[in-house]
Design a protein around this ligand. Sequence first.
Ligand code: AMP
Length: 620
Amino acid sequence: MSDLIIGIDLGTTNSEVAAFADGKVRVLGPGEVKMLPSCVGISPAGELLVGESARNQQLVYPERTVRSIKRKMGSAETVQLGDKSFTPQEISALILRELAEWASRDLKQPVKRAVITVPAYFSDAQRNATREAGMMAGLEVVRILNEPTAASLAYGFADGARRTVMVYDLGGGTFDVSVVMVEGDVTEVLASHGNNRLGGDDFDDLLLAQLQAEFQQRHGVRIDAAHPQALARLWWAAEAAKKELSFQPYAQIREEALITENGKPLHLELELSRDEYEKTILHLVESTLDSVSKALGDAGRKPGDLDAILLVGGSTRTPLVSRLLRERTGLDPREDVHPDLCVALGAGVLASRLAGRDVERVLVDVSPYSFGPSYLGQRGGAPYPYCYHPIIRRNTPLPVTRTESYYTSFPGQREVDIRIFQGDNEDALQNVLVGDFHVEGLASTDEPNEVLCRMSLDIDGILHVAAIEKRTGKSKHITIADALQAKSDAEIAAARKRIADLYASREAAFEEEEDEEEDAEAAEVEGAEPAWENGVVEVEVQKTNGKIIPMDSNWVEHRRQAVDLIQRSRRLLDTMHAEDKEEAIALTEAIETAVTHRDSHALVEAMKSLQELLFFVEGG
Ligand code: AMP
């Protein structure tokens, strides 16, 4: 067939190729990953290496390997590989030729024509150099396409309507953000900002430095260029951990026998937490948000003027990126088209259209709904057991697995109820309950116990939920079969009613407990629980800026003491004189109110007074 045109994203870190095949635009190439590291090298034996093999030798033979050649496109600089010298166009041509071969092998036909993408800020010289590279690779370059335009095409925003879109592109070594106006096939770049020395590689470097410091602290030896193999392993481990932390709150590093000192192998084993990692990279992500503000300012737009924010580039999988963007702009950034492949797929959409195919956009399987557990948090300044925050967000490509961390409400809590909702409302009661389960036998701890909630959703709409006690690894699972099926109005009403009834019974328990006489009655029952521990026991988290943090341990301790104190007071009520009894009840109420409003100061004051009173009652 002669009408084949491929679309190529010639990236700084990775490059990809896409074309129309099997009725849709898809990424081409061998294996699962289909991303070619933009790396070229010559092995010590003189063999030409392109892609993964070149990347693998990079740390060991840096003088024989070149990466990030995109940065030099359009310049007269040459690069040296062993004893040979190359222009940037020649290096790029080797990458393009490899991609064309991937496409040709995948589609079983020769490839002659291509659309190649470049950043919006590329100068004429850089665009020409890219065109030349294509020609050197034996390709007719039918179009040089701006990357943000390619992303808009992938999302189907070039359908004729006029839209203002922000494309936030954070790759391995570069960052840029563009505000574009899309109308049909015409895309105007209104403003573009960025830093072509910032990307996920910098995140790796920060993690690597942390691992080096940790190893040095444990073993007194620094792993650096003097230990190239060990350094390469640490670097791989850092990148792998970084990627894991995008989907779960912890990542384990386990590197055995990194080096041998005095005949003894030295290992590195540690756990990294997402919270800590996010603190490490926060300043870098913040700097990208400055560019976002500048780009919006230069384009004369406010966040409210944007129709969408599209996330492009592998590093946008870092949850901190979408969270901060959401917080600052109020928009939910779109990441439904695979962020690494989005630009190549968009180039593939244009290539297909130029080849005469009627292609609207890239088709992906995404979850049409958000899913997550409810938790006991704060609403309107008061504790509320049906706070909600999705773990899997709407428009996430399937299959997906995400894990988040929660804490039990009080020390010694041995069981939790996990309720899974479908929806986006911060109030779980406004969402649809899709499943629930009860977990018993948690370890008895002095501090709130960490429970991980892992959710996996597959393409058939099967949702697996697991609650995992972090300290022991003990877990309990449920499977919800038809999570993606639209619920009928009656089903939604029934699910809402069920949960509203549960909530109402809990409220009733509160009110009952507030009744003075009931209070006194309860005191006669050995071990009666104070009001705030009655009813539903929930997994508790406290949220600050959308981040989950454990509860303040002082507060937890105070509350535990308050529980003990009230029980002691209730046991003594019948032995008290009328006056003391009245005061004890008033102080108990004051403690309950302080707990409800989370008022530490009032709680401590009331507890002190009740302690004094009980001291005299017990003494007399
Ligand atoms: P790109 O230049 O768009 O191919 O992006 C490559 C960068 O994305 C590299 O720094 C990768 O380490 C990074 N990356 C890939 N997957 C993930 C992930 N799951 N979480 C965070 N960063 C990732």
